[in-house]
Design a protein around this ligand. Sequence first.
Ligand code: FES
Length: 91
Amino acid sequence: MYVCSCFGITEKQVREHAEAGACTPRQIASASKAGTDCGSCVRSIQSILGRGGCPRRELLGTAAADAMPTTTVAEPAVVRAVATSAGLEAA
Ligand code: FES
């Protein structure tokens, strides 16, 4: 099943990236581009990661996994979607 229709990324691919160490939507975006166009899939990606899609998150705990460094700058669509879901929309 497709999670990101903009880039044709499936739930299975998101899980594979998570198993390889991508534990946040930003890291999934860096690995696959999922979430970097319209951003409508970011909540689904967060849900997959929250359902045990990321073994490192379970090992390290959520705060530690979120603090892991990334290698690229977040795409604007990802930042907007994550900020919106956290209730941090810009005025
Ligand atoms: S559906 Fe994923 S960026 Fe549009």
